[in-house]
Design a protein around this ligand. Structure first.
Ligand SMILES: C[S@@+](CC[C@H](N)C(=O)[O-])C[C@H]1O[C@@H](n2cnc3c(N)ncnc32)[C@H](O)[C@@H]1O
Length: 424
């Protein structure tokens, strides 16, 4: 005890810790003599004995040795792999508490890094029935077994099923385990269409025709083998088809598609609401993937231009435009910054939906030079969102932000933001 007062904290000593809150990675936070300490697998209200595993000047990381008292907010996770698997973070608190955690996380990050007040942030959008079995895609790692990586590591946790993916995907995992020889395979990607109830599977690490994979041909709609960036269709349909609202979309194996089909529609409806579009609007859909957002809003506007870096996704987008008989939209393969380098049409609304890394400097400069009257920013990482909003807020007023629970049971949260150009 005396050592603590002298400021000496050893890796051998055992410390008692009261967990006060979650951090933004869903780790429990307590304080050892005022020093912030992060503890995995704990929740606010837990009282624990811990041992330090990392000692930094300003913070510690610790592992639980023993629970003295469990928080009243704990529930039993439905998934037996929860405490080892890295797929989920929050299954041990109720769904209501998960939503509060995510709302607070967005509020704290946006206040801290972008000085955005919480009165701009709406209640999180969610669907009660959507807590489990919502994912339409899983990427399984293969290494003497099939599974997912453990939390913060590359150790494989072998699984028989996953509680957040669709039942169809789980049935296929079982069939693959029982029938397919997985020598040389590094990962297996399974995608499921909620609309057509069909499955696409991609065996990654192998690029040869092989009857071994065809053993599952009776339950999947398409089988691909993949080696590096090369996708070879071995069996069945080239695309999976998914439906959002009134539109049906082709999805190639390498194209991005929102993993939660149900919440995807909620998100796109929020974009339509925030857009408050008119038939004079010319909209730029940056990071457009398979063209979903652009096509979804196309009936409300004069023209849409979509930019996307992945050529497979752009090809899907062009087919999706034809498939849905939309004729006021054009898709281009290229980086978002390329649009601003070759600008021929000036959009008055820009929608951005970048990957977790957010917007790069050239894209932000491009937006503020073009000065659209409205920017809608869809983000899957509140930290990079806050970074970008801080810069954009010199030119744009953030009007509203809606968090969207696209990824129940995980720490992740999607956000949709609407910004208006400031008047000079
Ligand atoms: C979060 S996804 C959004 C896709 C689409 N808006 C949707 O809702 O399905 C981000 C997309 O950005 C694309 N991308 C990544 N970097 C890019 C860049 N520098 N320029 C354009 N697109 C990029 C990815 O290939 C991916 O399709």
């Amino acid at each position: 005890m005396l050592k603590w007062y002298l400021g000496v904290f050893t890796m051998e000593d055992i410390y008692e810790l009261s967990i006060e809150k979650f951090d933004h990675d869903a780790r429990g936070i307590g304080y050892i003599n005022g020093i912030i300490t992060f503890v995995n697998n704990t929740i606010p209200g837990d009282l624990v004995l811990v041992k330090l595993k990392k000692k930094k000047k300003k913070y510690f990381e610790a592992d639980v040795l023993k629970f003295i008292k469990y928080s009243a907010d704990r529930i039993k996770p439905v998934c037996p792999y929860f405490f080892s698997c890295g797929g989920c973070d929050l299954q041990y608190i109720s769904y209501d508490k998960q939503l509060i955690y995510k709302e607070n996380k967005v509020k704290e990050i946006l206040l801290k890094f972008a000085n955005i007040n919480s009165d701009k942030i709406n209640k999180i959008l969610c669907l009660d029935f959507n807590q489990y079995n919502y994912r339409n895609k899983i990427t399984l790692k293969v290494n003497k077994g099939i599974g997912l990586y453990a939390k913060n590591s590359y150790d494989l946790v072998c699984i028989d099923k996953c509680w957040i993916v669709s039942n169809e995907i789980n049935n296929l995992i079982k069939t693959i385990k029982e029938n397919v020889i997985l020598d040389d395979i590094k990962q297996i990607i399974i995608r499921n269409s909620i609309y057509s109830n069909k499955l696409m599977v991609i065996f990654d690490g192998y690029n040869f025709d092989d009857n071994n994979f065809l053993k599952i041909g009776n339950i999947v709609d398409s089988i691909y083998v993949k080696n590096n960036l090369d996708y070879k269709l071995l069996y069945g349909s080239k695309f999976l088809e998914e439906k959002i609202g009134d539109y049906i979309f082709n999805i190639s194996p390498d194209s991005f598609f929102q993993v939660n089909t149900y919440m995807c529609k909620e998100l796109y409806d929020k974009i339509v609401e925030y857009g408050n579009f008119s038939l004079d609007d010319v909209v730029l859909d940056l990071y457009c993937g398979t063209g979903t957002i652009g096509i979804y809003i196309s009936k409300y506007v004069k023209q849409v231009i979509g930019y996307e870096i992945n050529r497979f996704a752009v090809n899907d987008a062009i087919l999706n435009k034809q498939k849905n008989l939309v004729d006021n939209i054009d898709f281009y393969c290229g980086t978002s910054e390329l649009f601003f380098e070759n600008i021929t049409i000036v959009p008055n609304v820009i929608i951005v939906d970048p990957p977790r890394s957010g917007l790069n400097e050239k894209t932000i400069n491009g937006i503020v030079n073009v000065k659209p009257c409205k920017v809608i920013y869809v983000s899957c990482d509140p930290v990079t969102l806050a970074r970008d909003l801080k810069i954009l807020s010199s030119f744009y007023e953030v009007m509203e932000i809606t968090p969207v629970d696209m990824f129940p049971n995980t720490k992740h949260v999607e956000c949709c933001v609407v910004m208006n150009l400031k008047k000079d």
